[in-house]
Design a protein around this ligand. Structure first.
Ligand code: PNS
Length: 153
């Protein structure tokens, strides 16, 4: 029984995240989505709001939040694999540093999934930028997240 953990800030959840979640789900016996937050940093959505937006989009998937080290969250929930979506060479370089550090700290392995071509350009920061200038977010986030974003403005 292999439990994998898919961590991220999810601020907000995007269609890119959903692509990775649905593909990772079929690779492992159990998948946990973990919302990482830093209470001293200003975020757009609270950890609870982010958990709720993920739960609404992914019925049946366990969603948790954590502050601190990802490896501690993984151990707490019995995850032995970290899943990361990789869009491009910049992501790969960043994620490789994280993967080596996480493995050094706890022995946990990280597996990368290349993003699907139609979501490759999507990131939460892109969504925040598009929203700032009033763009339509329908191609980037699920409808209920677009509504939550609208309700915040
Ligand atoms: O969606 P993001 O912002 O790329 O997610 C980043 C996240 C939350 C996965 C990452 O910052 C993280 O793992 N934070 C917890 C601190 C930690 O364990 N860092 C890894 C060791 S360098």
């Amino acid at each position: 029984m292999v439990t994998a953990i898919f961590p991220g800030s999810f601020d907000p959840l995007t269609k890119g995240h959903l692509d990775i979640i649905s593909r990772a789900k079929s690779c492992f016996d159990r998948l946990i989505v973990a919302v990482g937050y830093n209470s001293s940093k200003k975020a757009w959505f609270s950890p609870l709001e982010r958990i709720q937006m993920i739960e609404e989009a992914t019925p049946g998937i366990e969603v948790v939040s954590f502050e601190g080290l990802l490896v501690d969250c993984a151990a707490k929930h019995g995850a032995t694999v970290i899943v990361k979506g990789v869009r491009d060479a910049t992501d790969l370089a960043y994620e490789t540093t994280q993967a080596i550090t996480n493995r050094q700290m706890s022995g946990i392995e990280t597996l990368y999934l290349p993003t699907s071509p139609h979501t490759q350009h999507i990131s939460s920061s892109l969504v925040r930028e598009l929203h700032r200038w009033g763009a339509d977010l329908g191609d980037y986030v699920p409808a209920h997240v677009a509504s939550l974003i609208k309700a915040k403005s």
